[in-house]
Design a protein around this ligand. Structure first.
Ligand code: AMP
Ligand code: MG
Length: 487
């Protein structure tokens, strides 16, 4: 049998960097691995068919038993600010960079997560439990489905090797893919260890490989524009998180992608009820990473990155870029929120209309996603039962009246607006309770809900009548799940 990778070249550009950047590590077998779920959409990006992903060879890769020919397996070193304090030694404690596959849409770097100890595992075992692997697998694709930049997930493996957390759990693996998995923390590591030549080597590698449009510019300009672009991508990313009610949960600088992707899905959550102060990470006692603090934390993290770049980028230029974070974020946030409201034009008092709505949603803790999806069905000259969604019906009725007047002002047409709104207001999001139900079934070997969720979350704006149950209001227990970093 020819290898499923026979017609692909595995390269590993990261391996061409100096040896200080990584360690070569062999993955360690996960016993009795089954491929619990495959993602043909991600497979397509790297030229792997469904049959390839269902092959014995692929299963052996998910089991960490074998790697494709020519694949390197590297664990990379980084550091970062965790909950505001600098941790000098982190790194890929449980993920291996397998290599890059070239494709029409650029190179995709593959990482095998849960593959065992690396020199950067610290006290950890290098494993990932099924629970956290399902969450990462599904949320990566849910974010992609919503149009939010993210690492992708190719497949989920589930084995019998025991993993010791609060209880004994089962080991799992995920292959994730991104153009690069480099984080802010990679830059911080070389800065804080005083390895300035290596820091510059990394900077050149990232700029030349992933910001190639800047490569021809004079050096000072090239680096300045690179940081400006990272700032803007981060601002736009966090704007999208806020718009869709996504809480990352652990916005440490080692979990911030230099490409502006959502990376490292741990105790994340999508808001059920609109509670701006919501803290999804059970271990985040001070609420540093609460939903309504993500915007300022994004800037804090960019400041940390800027500090690590201060030797190569002029201070004024760094400051100027940082100053552009908030306006960039607000512009993206506004653009998307007004689309969610069905506005095609902008009016001065739109921001007041939006903030009045968010205030009532917050005061009454109404379901954020369901409200916007219901709003899509409004007709301008017909009364609806949307007022029943609120306790203070009168307050909402007056908002709705102003909203409809606003739509009439731009001659909004019901059918067209409804179509447009439904293309930005999801029916399906990865609620914690849905992930939890899928996990409990998968732990017993039933992967149906994982696969059903994968399907609906990849096209969350469409109707999936056979999966109506995945779009209902969460049960009370489902709103109170406590998710911690331990995974
Ligand atoms: P995280 O909170 O998942 O971003 O992880 C923080 C650091 O701990 C990173 O360096 C991870 O690679 C590492 N890490 C997390 N879980 C494990 C584990 N089970 N084994 C080894 N290292 C881990
Ligand atoms: Mg991490």
């Amino acid at each position: 049998m020819p290898s499923i990778f026979a017609d692909k070249t595995f390269t590993n550009s990261f391996a061409s960097l100096s040896s200080e950047f990584y360690s070569r590590v062999q993955p360690q077998l996960i016993e009795n691995t089954t491929v619990a779920s495959i993602n043909p959409d991600a497979g397509k990006l790297i030229g792997l068919s469904t049959a390839d992903l269902m092959s014995e060879e692929f299963r052996q890769i998910m089991a960490c038993e074998t790697l494709p020919d020519n694949a390197a397996s590297l664990a990379t070193i980084y550091s970062g600010h965790q909950f505001g304090s600098y941790n000098p030694q982190l790194g890929d404690g449980r993920a291996l960079m397998v290599g890059e596959i070239a494709s029409d849409n650029g190179p995709w770097e593959l990482q095998l997560k849960g593959s065992g100890k690396t020199p950067y595992s610290r006290m950890g075992d290098g494993r990932a439990v099924l629970r956290s692997s399902i969450r990462e697998y599904l949320c990566s694709e849910a974010m992609h489905g919503l149009g939010i930049p993210t690492t992708r997930a190719l497949a989920l493996g589930h084995g019998s090797t025991p993993v010791y957390r609060e209880t004994v759990e089962q080991a799992a693996s995920v292959i994730r893919m991104a153009p690069s998995h480099v984080r802010f923390g990679h830059f911080e590591y070389f800065f804080y260890t005083g390895q300035h030549d290596k820091h510059k080597e990394l900077l050149d590698y990232i700029v030349n490989t992933h910001f190639s449009e800047l490569a021809a510019k004079p050096e000072a300009e090239r680096y300045s524009e690179f940081f400006r672009e990272v700032t803007h991508r981060t601002a736009r990313l966090i704007a999208q998180w806020q718009v869709y009610g996504f809480c990352h949960g652990v916005m440490n600088t080692d979990n911030m992608s230099i490409l502006g992707l959502t990376i490292d899905y741990g105790p994340f959550a999508f808001l059920d009820d609109f509670n701006p102060g919501f803290i999804c990470n059970h271990s985040d006692h001070a609420g540093r990473y609460a939903y309504n603090r993500q915007i300022q934390i994004g800037l804090w993290n960019l400041n940390a990155l800027a500090h690590s770049l201060s030797g190569v980028i002029d201070e004024n230029s760094l400051k100027e870029s940082l100053m552009s974070y908030e306006p960039t974020l607000l512009e993206s946030f506004g653009d998307l929120m007004y689309q969610r409201l069905g506005f095609n034009t902008r009016k001065d008092d739109d921001s007041e209309l939006l903030s009045d709505l968010l205030t009532q949603l917050a005061q009454e803790q109404r379901d954020y996603t369901r409200f916007f999806r219901k709003l899509c069905d409004e007709k301008l000259d017909q009364d609806s039962d949307l007022v029943d969604f609120f306790i203070d019906r009168q307050c909402f009725a007056s908002w709705l009246d102003a909203y409809k007047q606003r739509l009439k002002h731009e001659q909004s047409e019901d059918a067209l607006r409804q179509r447009q709104m439904k293309s930005v207001n999801p029916k399906y999001i990865l609620r914690n309770y849905l992930a939890q139900e899928a996990i409990e079934k998968a732990e017993k070997g039933d992967y149906q809900q994982v696969n059903d969720l994968l399907k609906v979350l990849q096209s969350p704006f469409e109707e999936h009548p056979e999966h109506e149950a995945l779009a209902t209001t969460p049960p009370e227990w489902g709103k109170m799940l406590e998710i911690s970093c331990s995974s």
